[in-house]
Structure formats: C-alpha cells, structure tokens
Ligand binder design. Sequence first.
Ligand code: GLN
Length: 361
Amino acid sequence: LHARSALAAESIFSVMSRLAVQHGAVNLGQGFPAGAPPDFLLDALRAGAGVTDQYTAPAGLPALREALAADLGVRSEQVSVTCGATEALHALADALYGPGDEVLMFEPVFDVYRPQAQLSGARPVPVPMTLTRDGWSPDLDALERLVTPRTRALLVNNPHNPTGHVFTPQELARLVDVARTHDLWIVADEVYDELYFAGPPTPLRTLAPERTFTVGSAGKRLEATGWRVGWVVSPVGVSPGVSGLHQWATFCAPAPLQAAVAAALPVARARDFYGELRAAYGARMRLLASGLRALGLEVQVPGGTYFLTALAPGVDARRLVEEGGVAVIPGDAFYAQGAAPEGLVRLAFCKPQEEILRALE
Ligand code: GLN
C-alpha cells in the first residue's frame, strides 16, 4: 500500500486545472480544447442514441475497429479499443513490462509514462532531449548508451508532448535500428498524429511493423478528451493481451461513444477536419509564440501537438496562476528531479484566441 500510494499523488495537470478554476485564471495548462467537439461527432452520438447501450466486446465495437483499420491502414484484428490513450498505455505497460525491466522514454517526459512503468515494476530510464537555440532534439547517442540487457521497450511520443518535437525520418530510422539490434518493443504514442504544423509525422508502425504498438486517441483527434475513447494497434500476429487486460480494468469503452466515433472518423477525413484544426491551431500557436517573444521569453516553435515550451526564468507557475491569472505547466513536472532547464514552462494553445490574448496581457 505504501509503495503504491507514492504513485497516487494528484497529477500536475489536475493540480493546475483545479487552481485555474479556483483563481479564475486562463488555463493554458492541461491540454484540452476549450470549445465543444465538432457537430458531426455530436450528431453521430444523437443519431445512435438508444442503438448501442450495452457492453461491447472488450476489443471494441466492430464498427469502430473497422473504421480505425480503414483510417490507419491496418487490419481490424490489430485494433484494441480502450478507455482513452491513458488506459491504452496502461494496458501496454501491464502487457509488456515486468519487475526489473527497463523502459526507455524521452525526457522531458509526459507525466503518465513513469508511474505506469513503475506500477508494472519496471524502471523508467530517461533519454535526454537537448534544448539548443534551434529547439529540441533527442540525444540518440545517449539512447544507444542507455540500452542494457534489461531494456524491454522504447516508448516514443511523436509528435512529442511537452516539447512539440516531430521526430525526423532520420531520427526514427535510428530509433528503429536500436530497437531491432536489441530486440525492443516500440510503444508509439501518436495521439497528436493529425496535429502538425510542418510535415506530417511518420507513423512508427510503417517503419517497424513487426514490433510497434501504436496508441491513438479519439479525444485528441475529435476534440472530445472527456469521452475516453482510445486505441492500440498491435503488430500483425502479435497479441500481448491488451484487450484481455482491458477487460479486467473496465471491460469495454462506453458503447454509445464508440459508435459515434466510428461514424465520425470517416466524416472527419472527408471534410478535412484535421486540416482545419491544423490551420486554426497553427494560427493560435503563432499568436502565442510571437506574444511570448514580445515579452522577452525564448520560445521553442513546435512541429506538432497543441503545446509549446518557453523559457521564463524566475517565473513560479504556482504564483502565476494565483496572482497573474494564467495557468501553465512548470517544466520540472516533466523531469526526474532537478534536470529541467531553468524557467522551462509548457503552454497549451488549444484555447480560444481571446483567452490567449488575455493570458498574454
Ligand atoms: N494530454 C494532456 C496534457 O498533456 C493531459 C492529459 C492528462 O491530464 N492526463 O495536458
């Protein structure tokens, strides 16, 4: 009980959202869109009302597995639907890591990866991303050095939260090479796959189909983070039991929401909804970046995600939300103790333009 309770502390995202509400602050902290999901998603939910209200199979509603297979260019048997990408990552941690295993993950690291590895008894091993004047870059020599006989998996978030880095094809080729040489699983958290501002990210499963598990999220894609519909795409013929483990946690994801996502996925493609999102978020990203620069901050322009990082030395995130009326995520939340660059903060720009302007003010 004691060992587990250390992992049960409130996450930084919940803390900052709670403080934002408490102090009436603009919330550029936790990454969720401020507005409603698109009408075509809500219409699909209404149209399906009453049709599917009971359990689905743990692997997911067949219509959703098929819609995902078509969207992602995989087979429906490869798809396991979960309660959000967070549960997808948790089921993979359960399935793939055991006591004494080591899991490589790029640092700064999204906050769920470390505790999930630890809950499986594995050791999270941070691989540094370095910050220079040109932005963030993964230290791939360090990656190679940090592999040991206990290394089991490489957890890659692309586009990367919190830095916004989109791994180049060369970087991905090198990752795959390390994974193949040392026979590691690759867990590719690609929840921001449609949110990029330069070139699109390359899905890791296309480079290493035999060893890559892809994690995705309807919440991120369709602006409905509270719906908790996510998925895992496993390699063909490899069944690590994701749906089997998911059945013991939640049995299945909410049926009506699965049905609505199944109907909405092809509509999103047909209408170029993701292209519209990229245009809208790209404009807000540039607004926030130029505003922060005008305030004298050093800003790292993201290649993807709806976050950017900036250096604001001397800014205390807790005081900023209490006294300055703006919630951000302090950079040290993404590091093992002590290693964050001085003054690093993460800001979300998936918020209305007026709120971004108010935050800058
Ligand atoms: N993905 C969201 C973020 O990075 C938060 C998810 C969460 O709160 N677990 O802000």
